[in-house]
Design a binder for this molecule. Sequence first.
Ligand SMILES: [Mg+2]
Length: 112
Amino acid sequence: MVNFETMNEYQDFCLRTATVPMDEKTMHLTWSLALAGEVGELANRTKKVFLHGHPYDQEKVIEELGDILWYIAVYSHDIGVDLQEIAQKNITKLEKRYPDGFSSEASQNRIA
Ligand SMILES: [Mg+2]
């Protein structure tokens, strides 16, 4: 079993199972469409549980979230950004957007 301490180490492990280098256009298309596909798999699973009466399976949700995370890791790498930076920039954006934490009022009145 592979062990890692940080998200950047996780990202490095993901690269061991990523595909060969691609030209820029192919890379963006491959990773963004694959990421959308995995989000679609998660959405389809959610649809089946809440609209079709299938049993909820936590392990399947974890698996799909892991697939999504893998694509984020390799896509980030291929645009030259590590996962720590992706996470930090997202949190910085959310801190500006919701300095006191999320609220419906802040969401409706946000500028950025
Ligand atoms: Mg999947």
